[in-house]
Design a protein around this ligand. Sequence first.
Ligand SMILES: Nc1ncnc2c1ncn2[C@@H]1O[C@H](COP(=O)(O)OP(=O)(O)OP(=O)(O)O)[C@@H](O)[C@H]1O
Ligand SMILES: [Mg+2]
Length: 507
Amino acid sequence: MLAKVTSCAVVGLDAALIEVEVDKGRGLPSITIVGLPDAAVQESRERVRAAIRNTGLAFPDSRLTINLAPADLRKEGPAYDLPIALAILLASEQIFADLDGAIVMGELSLDGGVRHVSGVLPMAVMAREQGFQTLFVPADDAAEASLIDGLDVYPVPNLLALVDHVTGHSRLAPFQRDFLPGDPDDLPPHTADLAEVRGQEHVKRALEVAAAGSHNLMMTGPPGSGKTLLARSMPSILPQLTIDEALDITRVYSVADALPADEPLIHHRPFRAPHHTISYAGLIGGGRWPKPGEISLAHRGVLFLDELPEFGTRMLEMLRQPLEDKVVSISRSAGSLTYPANFTLIAAMNPCPCGYFGDPEKECTCSMTMVSRYQKRISGPLLDRIDIHVEVPRVDYEKLSSDRLGEPSKTVRARVEAARERQRVRFEGTPLSCNDDMGPAEIRQFCQVDEAGQSLLKAAMQQMHLSARAYHRVLKLGRTIADLAGSEGIQTAHIAEAIQYRPRRMV
Ligand SMILES: Nc1ncnc2c1ncn2[C@@H]1O[C@H](COP(=O)(O)OP(=O)(O)OP(=O)(O)O)[C@@H](O)[C@H]1O
Ligand SMILES: [Mg+2]
């Protein structure tokens, strides 16, 4: 007797259909799994056997062949336990059920309980695209699957509940989704309010521009001047997510198995701040069981790299490609995977090893060679990809001790939202969502500069030896500054501000 149950595999950020076929044949009792299974799938035999027995059903004493088709796709992880168990029960004619149009996934525990699996959101997306109607998922993952409209999502607590449901003994209730849009004032812990930061008005302005158009930003300054504090205030001024952006981010978190248990949909723009001891796979993505790295977890949010030179030249060079393409490709023995990585890079560093190079009062104790070597850890091509460079000098006593609070983050966020709204209208019907996403064609269309602005740009190109990339980046930045000012055209003042954010080597 042959039985078939449909399930899914995650490939990169997408899902593929998997047919689980079980054949019960004659011969000595044995179980063979074929179809490129990895070790976790092989171990499925033991879990399925125990789960079926402990559920009070009989595990067939015959020769079982389990095929996971298509055979050329590598099957990883324990998500096939539940479809395999169901197919075995069908093949051994213990149950009879029609599973047309249904997809089953879940890991089994030995007592028959169904455990969480990762990547349920991309599976649900694929199920809808392929015309499936019903999804049986672990109870913990039902909220995530229900983010996709038009599917009946059944939360399965254990194998017995699924058997009772498909045989019609006792039906499971479909999952009713209920989630509220994220509250913009509900911020991650350790988020500072801009009002708490004294002085540094030009840095706050730069953060506002960066948030409004998703431009990369670098802060340089002596120890204790507030760089980390300022970067940590970034989540308080980031614009709210649209539902499409939220789904886009949630897909990455679902595959990375990084969704918080109580939050099926990511409501806030990510703010990722990995430590500089992170591994390549941790930052870029990959690993034995490939997972998105920090640059993908920061998709449509912020990647904050504090003490930038400490990350090491090799690690930083690897950021060049994703910073340009906004996706990252990871090569594997079986083809390559692509994850999205459209993040805003916020970086902070000291100007030299002692930290005081260029400080008007405290003397720097480093030799010129040391300063130069330190700064060269950040290569020219990487600097060229960072649009906004600001110096963060030490704040003086008067400013620090004054009781006057600065502008609160809420007010700044309102301006950022208004600028994003202009961008949303501009890019309606295109896959772009903010100014930094523009390519050369869009730059030509949307970044027209007045005549005075053009001659300023020409002079800057010649004097500062700007690259073609820098030229385009200045135009995009000018567009954002104009959007913040509520201006339709890009004016000279906007271009001037954009140019003064370009990097200058200090030595
Ligand atoms: N402009 C400021 N306004 C208010 N507090 C400040 C300011 N700058 C620094 N501080 C105080 O100093 C502390 C240290 O600042 P922060 O960690 O941001 O410095 P940093 O520039 O990142 O230094 P480092 O280069 O050593 O990492 C802050 O937690 C805060 O208490
Ligand atoms: Mg710091």
